[in-house]
Design a protein around this ligand. Structure first.
Ligand code: NAD
Ligand code: UD1
Length: 316
């Protein structure tokens, strides 16, 4: 629920041509803000940038582009990243420049609030479930390391810095998530296959759990934190903090398959294959920190989100 007048605000969305960033850009445009998207389209797509947003095709590692856009912003949603774990592993030097170094530069150089897209990947293999924000940070690979470095820098900011917060997204799903690679989010792959009568592949026994959060709930969390930072600056309870963005209601892949099976016409074929190397067995977050601090709760259930995805795929 928004409480602020966004109409005079200049909003910079890095990664606004991507899955989450394009939804966010549409939402802040709807709220009346003046939106600029910075994206190099390495995994995003310029056609996803909503009409009405000012689109700059460029890289966040470019200091001139960064400086000029940061100078013109009242708030920055920093979502641009090499979000694929395998790509970060394949070229850790490059992913470090983008995911860690450029992100630190944005946080330190922005003269305005910054909301950073952190990740549940920073926790690594959970030692206790559900994972709350005090859980040890032990990422398993470069992507998690890079996100953890930025998340940690935000948590060390004092009152003399610009306001910033880190939102640790769990498994985000919703429309517009690319299903085309084997490393795409599992729900986008499953819906794509289920609605085109192709078998689903389940890696492992299907009893792994994930905490799937709908993209619209992620957007409302991003906006709630931005409003608080804009209104209260470094006195905001979000400043220098990190929050889990999840539902607290994990499900197994076998349960997901059952929901999809009940929602599609026809029968669903599943093939079980070996567990994927490096996979975490259970992921389940505790979102009470954000719930208690702000008027935020996840609103879209997995069943609702899946049936929306299925009906939209069947309409295409
Ligand atoms: P996405 O790949 O769809 O979006 C990322 C966007 O950043 C893309 O449009 C890409 O072109 C852009 N980008 C990449 N490198 C860039 C660069 N050097 N300069 C400018 N733009 C660049 O991914 P997403 O799922 O929308 O993720 C958004 C953010 O949320 C990312 O930071 C990601 O790490 C984080 N996150 C996502 C999830 C999830 O489940 N989707 C989970 C945890 C964290
Ligand atoms: C997700 C993120 C990753 C992050 C991690 C920890 C995505 C795409 N990946 O990985 O960036 O580091 O959370 O927070 O958002 N699966 C199948 N069949 C398929 C595809 C996947 O069984 O066709 C399984 C996987 O083996 C895994 C589960 O589904 O067990 C979820 O996979 P995925 O959507 O890739 O997400 P995470 O592995 O949780």
């Amino acid at each position: 629920m928004t409480t602020m007048d966004w109409s005079p605000k200049r909003v910079l969305v890095t990664g606004g041509a991507g899955f989450i960033g394009s939804h966010l850009s549409s939402k802040v445009l709807q709220l009346g803000a003046n939106v600029t998207v910075l994206d190099d389209c390495s995994s995003g797509d310029s056609t996803k940038v909503p009409p009405g947003a000012n689109f700059i095709e460029g890289c966040i590692t470019n200091p001139e582009i960064r400086e000029s856009l940061l100078n013109d912003a009242d708030v920055v949603f920093h979502l641009a990243a090499i979000a694929s774990v395998p790509l970060c592993e394949d070229d850790p030097r490059h992913s470090d420049l983008v995911n860690r170094q450029a992100s630190l530069d944005i946080i330190l150089d922005a003269g305005c609030p910054v909301i950073f897209a952190s990740s549940a990947a920073i926790y690594g293999e959970p030692v206790s479930i559900p994972i709350n924000e005090t859980h040890p940070i032990k990422p398993l690979g470069h992507y998690g390391d890079q996100k953890a470095a930025v998340d940690s820098a935000i948590r060390s900011l004092g009152v003399g810095s610009n306001p910033a917060t880190a939102l640790r997204f769990f498994n985000v799903f919703g429309q517009g998530q690319d299903p085309s690679s084997q490393y795409s989010g599992v729900l986008s792959i499953f819906i794509d296959r289920a609605t085109t009568n192709r078998p689903l592949t389940i890696f492992g026994d299907g009893e792994q759990t994930r905490d799937f959060i709908h993209v619209s709930d992620v957007i409302s969390a991003l906006i709630a934190c931005a409003e608080s930072l804009l209104e209260l600056g470094t006195m905001s309870p979000a400043h220098g903090e990190a929050f889990n963005i999840c539902t607290g209601k994990p499900v197994t892949l076998n349960q997901v398959v059952k929901v999809i099976d009940e929602s599609i016409e026809g029968s669903l074929e599943c093939r079980y294959e070996d567990e994927r190397a490096g996979d975490i067995k259970h992921s389940s977050g505790d979102c009470s920190k954000l719930q208690d601090m702000f008027d935020w709760s996840p609103m879209i259930s997995l069943t609702e989100g899946l049936s929306d995805l299925i009906s939209n795929s069947q309409d295409v």
